[in-house]
Design a protein around this ligand. Structure first.
Ligand SMILES: Cc1cn([C@H]2C[C@H](O)[C@@H](COP(=O)(O)OP(=O)(O)OP(=O)(O)O)O2)c(=O)[nH]c1=O
Length: 189
């Protein structure tokens, strides 16, 4: 049986989109970047910790667990989920008129091995004025989203260009996830 160690509705939706049969396992993993840890290593560690935490809870034999993490990176600074409206506004002001990177890593762990893949996307935002930022925050959409925006929602209006993976920005890179599952015979095609 395949499990997804995530409470993110987007991740479930993306996995359902490709017809994968799975169950959810709830995990709570601290998201704190270590001193000197690169953004890529940080994202990978957190995703792996989620998958491992899921596996450690499950008792049945032969299970496989997927864990994922997504962060927005600007100039080596990692933007996670905003704490409040002020934090969200600060992130969006920083992302305004700039190109940032979105890193999404997925880990597949079983009792016999651990494998991962990473998607990196470059996202260009136009200059955003304060009124636009305030109106966007008022939609409530930035909360629970890395970098305080959602490419799958109203946030699409803030994205001038995407060089990368739409599903990766949303939280689960579908191409990479399917490749991992296929390589370990968890899906056929
Ligand atoms: C940039 C961006 C992020 N996001 C979301 C994806 C992730 O859910 C979230 C980043 O936080 P994560 O810590 O990666 O995930 P999560 O806490 O939501 O879920 P879980 O740990 O239980 O798996 O930001 C979007 O939905 N759209 C976007 O455009």
């Amino acid at each position: 049986m395949l499990y997804l160690a995530s409470q993110s509705p987007r991740r479930s939706q993306l996995l359902e989109q490709i017809g994968v049969d799975f169950r959810i396992v709830d995990v709570e993993v601290p998201e704190q970047r270590h001193l000197g840890e690169s953004p890529r290593d940080y994202v990978s560690r957190v995703a792996r910790d989620k998958a491992r935490a899921g596996l450690s809870i499950l008792e049945e034999a032969g299970v496989a667990v997927l864990g994922a993490d997504t962060e927005v990176v600007l100039d080596d600074e990692v933007f996670g989920k905003p704490d409040d409206a002020e934090d969200a506004a600060g992130m969006l002001r920083r992302l305004s008129g700039r190109v940032h990177e979105v890193i999404s890593t997925v880990w597949l762990v079983t009792r016999s091995g651990e494998w991962s893949d990473t998607s990196r996307s470059r996202v260009t935002m136009p200059m955003l004025d304060n009124a636009t930022i305030a109106a966007y925050i008022a939609t409530g959409e930035p909360f629970g989203k890395a970098g305080a925006y959602a490419i799958q929602g109203h946030g699409a209006k803030l994205i001038e260009h995407l060089d990368g993976s739409h599903s990766g920005v949303m939280g689960l890179p579908v191409f990479e996830t399917a490749r991992l599952l296929r390589a370990h015979s968890l899906i056929r095609a």
